[in-house]
Design a protein around this ligand. Structure first.
Ligand code: NGO
Length: 416
């Protein structure tokens, strides 16, 4: 039986439950399925009345894609270690295996780098709307990494360069072409900032940051952004991407970049994250690169559900729960087939999100459907059947205290 590295076999009979797997990851996923099969009240933090009944049967299960994740933007608004851990718990329950943390952007720098201390202490001192911001010390970041690893989740840190860098440019004058530090920024515009790609200091800065992040991150990937570089001339951007790839490689990691990076020459192994423009993703594929699928009209879970949503943006689409479920990564973009795709990643940008409740309301109930897009074979996915299963997760959302959106497209069991 081919269970691969992440699959499991779950055999439930009247007197025994057996999980078999090749690796510990599979045993972990088998135990998540047991959690989902038992009544949601097992998740309660107080003593509950049994009996704990579970259906008998056999489940053989393994994921379609090796990469199943969410990008959480902790730069536009900062989220604490405990909030990130709670998010990791949600990902684990739905058998996702990566959390991509957006650690830097125009509005904030969120990770301590001891050789460039102002990045965090000054560059991290605010956020969208002018709040206090914050950053993770290296110890706190390690705490997040370890907490995730215990749940078989890999942290992918992102430092976005050369654009989306105002927080760094405000912290260090020497990163600017004119040698003058910018002001901190608390708005929500994009595409206005750039590192000075012609200065050697810029590459020393990137090398220092990458070396430290590589040392703190056990997983194979570092994400280096590369999106919306409207303030960087194209002739500067292309060689910049080549140098950044070489820096990441020299520290033993594989680089991931947003789709725009595929305009440059990719080194073998570099992974491109598709979000908007299929041509860029096709560029990556034609260079032999692999793609993470994050099409904004489907999995940008910072998008409003509909025009009445109290949170979220809508530049890509209104994304109702059925829209975010009902798509197939393998056929979504012409020229990008199953063999080109390493997985699916939702993106939760935080321009409009300030609290954990906000994060939960955007994430639920879309997350389980996106997890399925990454896990289940296309032919087994069907909204009419799925929406009934999703409705049954309401009990879990409630017992976990998750603030979720009661979409009209889902036949909820409990009426409010
Ligand atoms: C874009 C942009 C982000 C925004 C997001 C909002 C990418 C890759 N860059 O996606 O900076 O926050 O949209 O939806």
């Amino acid at each position: 039986m081919d269970l691969g590295d992440e699959g499991y076999l779950l055999e439930i009979t009247e007197d025994l439950i057996v999980i078999s797997a090749n690796k510990a990851t599979g045993l972990f996923y088998g135990s998540q399925t047991i959690r989902q099969l038992l009544p949601a009240s097992i998740e309660s933090s107080s003593v509950q009345q049994g009996p704990w009944e579970i259906a008998t049967g056999t489940i053989q299960d393994s994921p379609k894609f090796q990469h199943r994740g969410v990008m959480l933007d902790v730069a536009r608004h900062f989220f604490t270690v405990n909030e990130v851990k709670r998010y990791i718990d949600f990902l684990a329950y739905y058998k996702m295996n990566s959390l991509h943390l957006g650690l830097s952007n125009d509005q904030g720098w969120r990770i301590e780098i001891k050789s460039w201390p102002n990045l965090a202490t000054y560059g991290g001192s605010t956020e969208v709307g002018g709040g206090a911001g914050g950053f993770y010390t290296q110890e706190q970041y390690t705490d997040i990494v370890n907490y995730a690893a215990e749940r078989f989740i890999n942290i992918i840190p992102e430092i976005d360069v050369p654009g989306h860098t105002n927080a760094a440019l405000a912290s260090y004058a020497e990163l600017n072409c004119d040698g003058k530090a910018t002001d901190l920024y608390t708005g929500t515009e994009v595409g206005f900032s750039t590192l000075c790609t012609n200065k050697e200091m810029t590459y020393k800065f990137i090398d220092d940051v990458v070396r430290k992040l590589a040392a703190l991150t056990p997983g194979p990937y570092l994400h280096m952004g590369g999106d919306e570089t409207h303030a960087t001339a194209k002739e500067d951007f292309l060689p910049f991407v080549e140098r950044v790839q070489a820096i990441v490689k020299s520290h033993g990691k594989t680089m991931i970049g947003w789709e725009e990076m595929s305009q440059s020459t990719l080194i073998p192994g570099t992974i491109i994250q598709f979000w908007k423009n299929a041509e860029y993703a096709q560029n990556a594929v034609s260079q032999g690169g692999k793609v993470i699928m994050s099409p904004a009209p489907k999995v940008y879970i910072d998008m409003q559900y509909d025009s009445t949503s109290r949170l979220g943006l809508h530049w890509a689409a209104y994304i109702e729960v059925d829209d975010s479920y009902d798509w197939d990564p393998e056929t979504y973009a012409e020229g990008i087939g199953k063999e080109d795709i390493i997985g699916v990643e939702a993106a939760l940008w935080s321009e409009t999100l300030e609290t954990m409740d906000d994060i939960e309301w955007m994430t639920f109930p879309r997350l389980p459907g996106i997890a399925e897009a990454g896990w289940s074979p296309s032919k087994l996915r069907n909204w009419d059947e799925y929406k009934v299963r999703l409705a049954n997760h309401e009990a879990f959302f409630k017992i976990m205290g998750i603030d979720f959106y009661r979409s009209k497209t889902v036949p909820w069991v409990d009426k409010p």
